[in-house]
Design a protein. Structure first.
Lengths: 214, 117
């Protein structure tokens, strides 16, 4: 089985995981988790695990006039001290090495990033996922393994069958050569809330990576 | 435990897959396949023959958050058979044992999947 490991850049998203692994948090998906927020004194890099109230205070506010990009994404890193928030470097801007997906072998299909209402992967009706219209998903993604995404990148709206191909559309991942320990594939993500969106919500959408092996 | 597949090559050689679903062994087959029986989630075999090429794939998902986060989970098993420009894809859901069939154009998916035999 080809295994998947995920890391996020917490220092300098100009550098790859292989060049600077210490710049990254390898996500322990059981204990760590992502937080999308506008940030605050309590919800900031280096702070401990925020309370629900602190997260609410730091929540993004819908802009009446312009689309609003959620300013920050944090990883709660359970392995650092008693648990520490680390801001993901380069999230949503013109940076390549932000979210890193590492596959330790070949795949039989191109790995893809998906977004769903929950872990049953059957529906994508949350407002953040486009309220049933995947093309309207507020979650935007762009594959960045080969190149920078560009200033003001718009990305692909991710929800339901609208997926982000993590190998830039180049297909399944090949057998590793003798110099490689994994295939590293990078992407950048952001959440863009449309101007004057009428329905504020707290929606715990699920991000999923899917692929075949054989 | 039954092998995940039993294939017969064009030369008549029998290739028996592994029993461990985490390492089916399909990717190591070097020969072209004439016919193959695939093990279904219900533990019965499903024979495919008279195709030009075959492909086998285990579909896994990993959630980054939610109640199943962090676990690489098998959701479906895919069995492909190519005949001319048409590809039949049979998808078995390992939870429900239901099988769905899709039909593709070869040009549309030949580079989408790896391991055609």
């Amino acid at each position: 089985m080809t295994n998947l490991y995920i890391a996020v850049n917490k220092v300098d998203s100009l550098l790859t995981y292989r060049d600077n692994p210490a710049d990254y948090v390898e996500i322990d998906l059981i204990n760590d988790y992502l937080i999308w927020s506008n940030g605050s004194i309590a919800v900031a890099d280096g702070q401990d695990e925020p309370t629900e109230l602190e997260l609410t205070i730091a929540a993004p506010h819908i802009d009446p006039d312009d689309p609003m990009t959620v300013e920050k994404c944090f990883i709660f890193d359970d392995s650092e001290g008693p648990g520490t928030l680390r801001e993901i470097n380069g999230m949503g801007i013109n940076r390549r090495y932000v979210f890193c997906f590492m596959f330790d072998g070949a795949t039989a299909s191109e790995p893809q990033l998906e977004a769903w209402d929950n872990s049953s992967h059957n529906t994508a009706n949350f407002h953040v996922l486009g309220n049933g219209t995947p093309a309207n998903s507020m979650i935007k993604g762009v594959a960045t393994t080969l190149a920078l995404p560009g200033e003001g990148w718009s990305g692909i709206p991710i929800a339901d069958t609208n997926v982000l191909l993590l190998n830039d559309g180049a297909g399944a991942l090949p057998v590793l050569d003798s110099t490689e320990s994994a295939h590293d594939r990078y992407c950048n993500l952001k959440i863009v809330i449309p101007a004057d969106y009428p329905t504020p919500a707290v929606e715990p959408f699920v991000l999923t990576v899917r692929y075949l092996y054989n | 435990m039954k092998p995940l597949f039993i294939a017969k090559t064009l030369e008549g050689k029998e290739i028996i897959g592994n029993t461990d679903i985490s390492n089916p062994g399909w990717q190591y087959i070097m020969d072209d396949i004439k016919e193959v029986s695939f093990l279904l989630p219900n533990n019965e075999y499903f024979e495919m023959k008279d195709y030009d090429k075959y492909l086998y794939g285990i579909e896994v998902v990993m959630d980054l958050n939610g109640i199943n986060k962090g676990n690489l989970r098998i959701e479906k098993i895919h069995y492909f058979g190519k005949k001319g420009n048409i590809v039949d894809e049979f998808i078995a859901d390992i939870n429900t044992n239901k099988i769905n069939k899709l039909v593709h154009n070869w040009e549309d998916i030949k580079n989408k999947y790896r391991g055609w035999k």
